[in-house]
Design a protein around this ligand. Structure first.
Ligand SMILES: *[C@@H]1O[C@H](CO)[C@@H](O)[C@H](O)[C@H]1NC(C)=O
Ligand SMILES: *[C@@H]1O[C@H](CO)[C@@H](O)[C@H](O)[C@H]1NC(C)=O
Ligand SMILES: *[C@@H]1O[C@H](CO)[C@@H](O)[C@H](O)[C@H]1NC(C)=O
Length: 131
């Protein structure tokens, strides 16, 4: 029952994601959902290296190609790899997309050493996993 509700909620979120039009010049940084796992990584120094490298890579892809609204990156050195994905709404300007990314990146860092995190804003989604 709880799972069905989650699936329904996810579908609703995805539906509104693609169908809701936002204002121009608005990075749409209203936080809709923020989750961290409860399992910590093995080696936090190694994890933070990989997390930092992945987030930097996502950002540089957004900045270097202004038509990009979906990017993935991974950094897999050592015991605690990080796989990250970012998407902003197609109608966001590059500036707004990058702003939404910066806000979401600060939020997932609040998960500290937890091995998965996701932050969903009305304008963008950022998630990473270390498993
Ligand atoms: C990762 O980035 C954070 C925030 O910029 C910084 O405080 C931290 O020292 C960095 N860690 C590593 C291992 O690079
Ligand atoms: C920029 O990104 C768009 C959308 O992913 C892609 O179609 C285009 O080929 C990319 N341009 C360059 C120069 O890589
Ligand atoms: C993340 O942590 C910062 C600093 O503690 C705090 O100001 C901010 O509200 C937190 N954001 C979320 C979404 O938890």
């Amino acid at each position: 029952m709880v799972q069905l509700k989650l699936v329904a909620l996810t579908l609703l979120v995805l539906w509104s994601w693609w169908n809701f039009e936002g204002a121009v010049g608005d990075p749409q940084t209203l936080l809709l959902k923020f989750e961290c796992s409860v399992v910590s990584v093995h080696d936090s120094a190694n994890f933070f290296q990989n997390l930092n490298a992945s987030l930097a890579n996502l950002k540089s892809q957004l900045v270097s190609n202004q038509s990009k609204h979906f990017v993935t990156a991974q950094s897999t050195t050592g015991t605690d790899p990080v796989y990250a994905m970012f998407q902003c709404r197609n109608y966001l300007s590059n500036t707004d997309c990058v702003t939404c990314f910066a806000v979401a990146a600060a939020t997932v860092r609040n998960c500290s050493t937890m091995n998965t995190a996701r932050a969903i804003y009305d304008g963008c989604i950022l998630r990473y996993t270390s498993i």
